[in-house]
Design a protein around this ligand. Structure first.
Ligand code: AMP
Length: 501
């Protein structure tokens, strides 16, 4: 099932493909407008180049992604939470010659910037020249490049091919299908987050209506509930954190969404407490716990959560590996096969990326070719298995999930250390009930500032916001005279963690 083939079959359909707070688009309009834009992209970009798309949940974002695929170009989706400084760096890395800028920010540079107003003007044309399918992104071509937080302080690009996507969708579709064949699907995850792949590449080709929820609405429960109620959702896709936020309001239940049939989660730990709560609020609902990294397209294992799992001693499982994917547990330099023994999860299969974009140094650390010739990826996740069902235990490094967002703590630290008056720093997670609630950065200062207290914190946060995504900016900044050191002479992370939690 490939999105473009399926969208072709729907090209005369007047059914809605996507709605957002202000706009809507039918499948026919999506097909025609993406043809027009694809012609423009072919004319204005080099073959096999990457189109950068910067925006939120505009319907033009969807048109731009489909148009890039039709033009045989990959796209790199960038949410407005990425600061312009970071976006510009990424454009440089990608050497994009076209940036589709749907935001109100300026992004100037040595590339063509296509603003929303100009884009609207282009795609309002009545006639479109169809793009022959031979021009579309091919099996082994990169379809998109998602950038994820990197421990060096620079984000790393994960190129995903059409084949990677097809491997994922072919398997994951089994969790997504409804007998009725009618789909009103939540499209809330930013397009720069791999979770959005389910809406775009599994549901859209099934003829679903995507209910796009922008950044502002995502944090305004009243508006969010209004929009999802009007859309009469059947499928909910989000991180557990997102739905947990909705559960703060008692009206979030089957009275609000009477036709909701499935809750699909991927991206972070799903707790028993939350699953129980959701089962209470939505009777006869399917809860799917998916697991997977951006580096392997989206999901690589999944399972339905049942009462037996909720009542068991272990945490909720992340399921069995999907079709086309194999799991191995690595301990030291050996693969282990004993139940309950902990080790790092290595996944092998056709949904695994070929490696980070133009970064062989980082790629060589975690990607390799397995004996069967397929790509393998060391996930950094410590897991165990019981009867071939896998359980997530913890990370082996300093990557965390905060409100569902993937963050390398050293990405923050490295950017803090670039501030002229910061001598050294470390960023740590603060926990409540075993869940990360916020981030705290400890800093030591040199003599290049007289700022103190609140003024200092505001200045640091402002400087950080220019470099990293807003959700990565730590909530608290604590100034230290000096750091406790461990026996290796490094900052004693564990001691500070104990102090904090
Ligand atoms: P991302 O690339 O943003 O999808 O993040 C991938 C990482 O999120 C994985 O390597 C895990 O650490 C974590 N993750 C994803 N799904 C789950 C899950 N169901 N349970 C626990 N951790 C998860």
């Amino acid at each position: 099932m490939w999105t473009l083939d399926e969208l072709y079959k729907l090209k005369d359909s007047k059914n809605l493909a996507i709605t957002n707070s202000t706009d809507k688009l039918t499948f026919k309009e999506l097909w025609d407008k993406s043809d027009i834009l694809a012609n423009y992209i072919i004319k204005n970009t080099k073959e096999k180049s990457t189109v950068m798309i910067y925006g939120d949940k505009e319907i033009e974002f969807l048109i731009s992604m489909i148009a890039s695929l039709k033009a045989g170009r990959s796209y790199s989706p960038m949410n407005i939470s990425f600061p312009i400084h970071r976006v510009k760096k990424i454009i440089q890395v990608l050497q994009s010659d076209l940036v589709i800028n749907l935001s109100e920010e300026e992004i100037t540079g040595e590339f063509k910037e296509l603003k929303l107003i100009e884009l609207k003007d282009i795609i309002k044309a009545e006639n479109s020249t169809p793009i022959d399918s031979t021009s579309w992104v091919g099996e082994e071509d990169t379809a998109y490049i998602i950038f994820t937080s990197g421990s060096t302080g620079e984000p790393k690009g994960v190129p995903i091919t059409k084949k990677n996507i097809e491997t994922f969708t072919h398997w994951f579709k089994e969790y997504c299908i409804l007998e009725s064949g009618n789909y009103s699907v939540l499209d809330q995850a930013p397009y720069s987050f791999d979770l959005s792949v389910i809406a775009l590449y599994v549901y859209l080709p099934l003829g679903a209506k995507l209910v796009a929820i922008d950044k502002a609405t995502s944090s305004n429960l009243l508006q969010l509930f209004k929009e999802v109620k009007e859309a009469d959702l059947n499928i909910w896709i989000s991180t557990p954190s997102m739905i947990e936020l909705c559960c703060y309001d008692n009206s979030f239940n089957s009275d609000l969404l009477p036709n909701l049939k499935k809750l699909i989660f991927i991206g972070e730990v799903l707790t028993k407490k939350l699953s129980k709560e959701l089962k209470k609020r939505f009777k006869d609902i399917d809860i799917i716990n998916g697991y997977g990294p951006t580096e392997a397209t989206c999901g690589i294992s999944a399972c339905y959560i049942d009462d037996e799992m909720i009542n068991a001693k272990d945490s909720l499982p992340i399921g069995k590996p999907g079709e086309g994917i194999e799991f191995f547990i690595e301990k030291g330099s050996k693969f282990i096969d004993k139940d309950r023994e902990l080790g790092e999860l290595v996944c092998v299969g056709d949904s695994v990326s070929k490696g980070y974009y133009k970064n062989s140094y980082l790629s060589d650390k975690v990607f390799f070719k397995a004996e069967n010739g397929k790509m393998a990826y060391r996930t950094g996740d410590i897991v165990y298995k019981i009867n071939d069902t896998y359980y997530f235990k913890q990370r082996k490094d300093f990557q965390v999930k905060l409100n569902g967002f993937r963050i390398e703590l050293d990405d923050i630290t490295n950017n803090l250390n670039k501030i002229e008056y910061i001598d050294n720093s470390i960023t740590l997670p603060a926990y409540e009930d075993g869940k990360i609630t916020h981030l705290v950065s400890y800093v030591t200062l040199n003599d290049k500032t007289d700022l103190k207290g609140l003024k200092l914190t505001i200045d640091i946060k402002k400087k950080l916001k220019e470099k990293i995504q807003s959700y990565m900016v730590p909530k608290k900044i604590i100034v230290k005279e000096s750091f406790p050191l461990n026996t290796n002479g490094k900052i004693d992370r564990n001691r500070l963690l104990e102090e904090l939690n």
